[in-house]
Design a protein around this ligand. Structure first.
Ligand code: MN
Length: 363
């Protein structure tokens, strides 16, 4: 192995200096406004900042992962002295130019070219590196009591950190030492349940989600929720159970779509709640050989989530979308796209053909 590749291997996250800069900015502000993605990784990243600081306000970014001019009033309303943006793929340049408040952006998508922000993204060093933001935040802040919050975020993003054995020794009930694959942590461990709780309490209306996220800022231990030891824990668990029952019904329908083919396509319509990300992860776990597409129909568009263990998805999706004008983005083996309903059939014809050709090549 050359020195260069060794260096690349070592660089899975951010540099020591960058972690220190993130921590310093959190230490130096007094009224942080924190924008975060509406999933376990986003919530975990928010919670780590808020719990460390014991102050601030969180704003959940649902649907399109971009902080744009729609959110300017949130900034004016709270008048923060610093803005944090965590686990959000993009920030509109106009928003950056308009807020007149320092912005610290920690993310693992893209990277994008933006001016006037302090942008921390491991993909700027190594384009194949993709540790969750909850991992980056835990490396920056190193709060021992919040290690379970950090791990729930990572596992929710299909990731186990290199030192997961340390966590297993401290919390054998949450992550048995026998578990070494992130998907097993996600679907068959206590910490996986916490991840699912993080994902599920963010469902529904924004005000419901915020209410539950706020209670999460005060929870001391995972057992408080899992064993419903306190009224706070009970409050979180009850909401989780309710959403879980809705989810299970949808998953049951989706499993019926698994046939003999290479592709499992499940489409559904739900006006209130999206389970698209969770369903596609769960289906990939159950059918690891298949390319998974979960598509939710809303307002004339198909909001799709793609998963595959083998195919590098973004270029395939982009080429199938070429003249159709949809949008797509995400990671190599987990990504999303929005496609007009009227174009979906054509898209799927192309996609099936492409996938068939790719899977026909030797591994
Ligand atoms: Mn996310």
């Amino acid at each position: 192995m050359s020195h260069l590749t060794e260096g690349m291997e070592a660089m899975k996250g951010l540099s020591r200096k960058e972690y220190a800069e993130i921590k310093d900015s959190i230490d130096s502000c007094i009224r942080p406004l924190i924008f975060y993605h509406d999933d376990a990784d986003g919530l975990s990243s928010f919670l780590q900042i808020y719990r460390y600081k014991q102050d601030g306000r969180g704003i959940i970014i649902k649907s399109t992962p971009c902080v744009d001019m729609k959110f300017l009033n949130k900034v004016l309303e709270y008048s923060p002295d610093m803005i944090f943006v965590v686990d959000i793929a993009d920030i509109e340049q106009e928003f950056i130019d308009s807020v007149k408040v320092p912005i610290v952006w920690v993310d693992h998508h893209g990277p994008y070219e933006r001016a006037g922000v302090r942008y921390f993204n491991p993909r700027k060093h190594n384009p194949t590196s993709n540790p969750p933001v909850s991992y980056l935040m835990s490396k920056a802040l190193k709060v021992k009591e919040d290690d379970w919050i950090a791990m729930a975020g990572m596992v929710g993003d299909w990731y186990l950190p290199p030192d997961h054995e340390v966590f297993s020794r401290k919390y054998p009930d949450l992550l048995p030492g026998t578990i070494t694959r992130p998907e097993d942590a996600m679907f068959s461990s206590g910490i996986g349940v916490i991840s699912e709780i993080f994902n599920f309490i963010l469902k529904g209306t924004t005000s419901d989600a915020l209410k539950h996220a706020k209670v999460m800022t005060r929870i001391k231990t995972p057992q408080e929720i899992l064993a419903q030891e306190t009224s706070r824990g009970k409050f979180i668990y009850k909401r989780y159970e309710y959403i879980k029952s809705l989810y299970e019904a949808t998953l049951k329908e989706a499993k019926k779509k698994a046939g003999k083919g290479h592709i499992l396509l499940y489409n559904y319509t739900d006006q209130k709640m999206s389970f698209t990300g969770e369903l596609s992860n769960n289906l990939l776990y159950l059918y690891p050989e298949k390319v998974i597409i979960v598509a939710r129909e809303k307002s004339g568009e198909m909001k799709c989530s793609f998963r595959s263990t083998r195919v590098i998805l973004p270029p395939v999706i982009a080429s199938c979308l070429e003249d159709l004008g949809g949008r797509s983005g995400g990671h190599e083996h987990a990504c999303g796209a929005v496609i007009r309903c009227s174009d979906f059939k054509v898209f799927m014809q192309r996609f099936r053909r492409e996938i068939k050709a790719i899977l026909a090549q030797p591994k």
